[in-house]
Design a protein around this ligand. Structure first.
Ligand SMILES: [Zn+2]
Length: 65
């Protein structure tokens, strides 16, 4: 199941939510607000700039720590 990243528009909290359905309601764990913005990780491409390079070298999957 996909895990999406969200940013609460109310308090600015950043959290991850395991989404089982596209229409699943997501609420902020901090303030329980429903005004959250989904963040697209890994596959977000606002512009084509830098995307035409060779994939694989530096995938951005840096280990968090
Ligand atoms: Zn919040």
């Amino acid at each position: 199941m996909p895990i999406f990243e969200y940013v609460c528009q109310g308090c600015g909290a950043f959290f991850e939510q395991l989404v089982m359905s596209r229409e699943a309601a997501v609420s902020c764990p901090a303030c329980h607000g429903l005004d959250v913005a989904k963040q697209f990780s890994a596959f977000s491409t606002k512009t084509a700039a830098g995307f035409s390079g060779s994939m694989g070298a530096g995938c951005g999957c840096a280990p968090s720590g």
